[in-house]
Design a protein. Structure first.
Length: 328
């Protein structure tokens, strides 16, 4: 049966509206202090266990923040990024964008500690969200209240990670579409990109900008030529293993210097440079670069709460995993 084109478009619009309403209803079910009556020590256990790792390896903070982002952008914030592949299924964890994610041992340690106190009560999805917040706060970044009550998903598919995670080479049109599809607006895009103020990247994520931007052995004209010279000293052609700070000289400090380097055309990824190609995102870059941090911490906190509500499972949906790396 051939469905008329107009009806087909109308049907798809109805489905999208239905999904947005459903996701909104699930997000409303989240609340602060969700475990307070049944497991009052939960949040303290999460913070203390996370702190034991961050104190020894502060570089885990950006990794754990990235893990939360990668979880939420695929099937919503349901802990699906934590699930191991099996002989019959390649999970999100093994998709190319996720192969450099670190910090799974932190989530496992937190889950183990929580299970000893409150068995089969707390979801891995909630743990990921809280750990990301605590990790950022522990390196003197912003803090925010995390609404809780997420349930864990039972599905994790590698191809869905490839389809949903915005890669470092996206242009501004693609980035805006990706974020909008998750209920995030253009300001959220500019704000959450500021998470690149901490952490590192492998050369392979941006080396095409240095050596073969259009397939002719050229460089990216949107990247500062002097910075290209510096990056070439750290990343030789074909180098997939060397690492570079995303915010040089400030990669361990959560601040607004990221926006200053983007303004100077020194953003490491094409997706960073792309922020200058839109009125809303460019204005935010300039605001933060010129003001030295006007409201950035508050903005970041607000956008993180918003991101943490994407596609959540609540109530009787999903499950509470016994271990975070496998469905029950």
């Amino acid at each position: 049966m051939i469905i008329p084109k107009l009806f087909s478009v109308f049907f798809l619009q109805l489905v999208c509206v239905h999904l947005l309403v459903l996701n909104g209803a699930n997000a409303q079910a989240l609340k602060e202090g969700f475990y307070k009556s049944k497991c009052p020590s939960f949040e303290a256990i999460v913070k203390n266990t996370t702190a034991s790792f961050i104190s020894q390896a502060p570089s885990l903070a950006p990794a754990l923040l990235r893990m939360h982002f990668h979880d939420c952008f695929v099937r919503g914030c349901d802990g699906s990024v934590l699930i191991n592949s099996t002989s019959s299924n390649q999970a999100e964890k093994d998709a190319i964008p996720n192969q450099t994610i670190r910090g799974f041992q932190v989530i496992d340690a937190v889950k183990s500690a929580v299970e000893k106190k409150c068995r089969s009560l707390v979801s891995c999805a909630d743990i990921v969200a809280l750990v990301a917040r605590d990790a950022v706060t522990l390196i003197n970044g912003p803090s925010w209240s995390v609404p809780l009550g997420r349930r864990d998903g039972r599905v994790s598919i590698s191809s869905e990670a490839l389809a949903n995670l915005p890669p470092p080479f996206f242009n501004i049109t693609q980035l805006k579409a990706s974020f909008r599809s998750k209920g995030l607006n253009d300001k959220d895009l500019a704000v959450l990109s500021g998470g690149h103020t901490i952490g590192i990247s492998h050369c392979s994520s941006f080396s095409n900008r240095l050596y073969n931007f259009t397939g002719r052995g050229d460089t990216d004209p949107s990247l500062d030529p002097n910075y290209i010279v510096q990056l070439k000293k750290k990343c030789s052609p074909g180098d997939a293993n060397s690492i570079v700070e995303m915010d040089p000289g400030s990669a361990k400090i959560f601040d607004t210097s990221y926006y200053s380097i983007v303004k100077k055309r020194r953003g490491l990824f094409e997706a960073d440079a792309a922020l200058l190609n839109d009125n809303v995102t460019r204005a935010y870059v300039q605001l933060q670069a010129n003001s030295g941090g006007s409201n950035f911490f508050k903005d970041f906190a607000d956008s993180m709460v918003k991101m943490g509500k994407i596609g959540v499972l609540t109530g009787n949906s999903g499950e509470i995993r016994k271990i975070c790396s496998a469905i029950n």
